[in-house]
Design a protein around this ligand. Structure first.
Ligand code: HEM
Length: 112
């Protein structure tokens, strides 16, 4: 059963541009990791000030081995500016398991 790990990060308005810029320059290692299934960076529009870093994995073990490995550390080395400590003070890791999921059916008009 797949698991979803969401890092919810509160980013002050004056740091949002820098936060998004850092993700544009992200390491790109996660997509080569065994058991990795999906990543999205979600920017808040209303109802919250938290960005969500959504990741989905084939198993808890797959997530754990990425999170405890060198790729995670490298992806978060970040160049030592002020963003990481500020954001780190207000982040939460949420864990879910995927009970059901769906995408569009091919016969409903999604063509390559
Ligand atoms: C202290 C907590 C964390 C902060 C402040 C943070 C922030 C960031 C930032 C700013 C980046 C962009 C790269 C950089 O400039 O460093 C990044 C990359 C990333 N973060 Fe986090 N992060 C944290 C923990 C986590 C956790 C627990 C997860 C697990 C869901 C996660 C998932 C990711 C992923 C998937 C990437 C992209 C890695 C890649 O491209 O290979 N982060 N994070």
């Amino acid at each position: 059963m797949s698991v979803v790990k969401i890092n919810a990060v509160s980013v002050p308005p004056e740091q949002q541009a820098r936060f998004e810029e850092r993700f544009r320059g992200r390491a790109g290692a996660v997509e080569k990791t065994p058991g990795f299934e999906w990543f999205e960076l979600l920017r808040p529009l209303e109802g919250t000030d938290q960005y969500l870093v959504y990741t989905r994995w084939s198993s808890e073990e797959a997530y754990r081995s990425w999170q405890s490995g060198q790729d995670f550390d490298r992806a978060h080395a970040g160049g030592g500016d002020t963003l990481a400590p500020a954001a780190a003070a207000s982040h939460h890791l949420w864990s879910y398991e995927v009970l059901e999921s769906a995408g569009p059916h091919a016969e409903q008009g999604q063509q390559a």
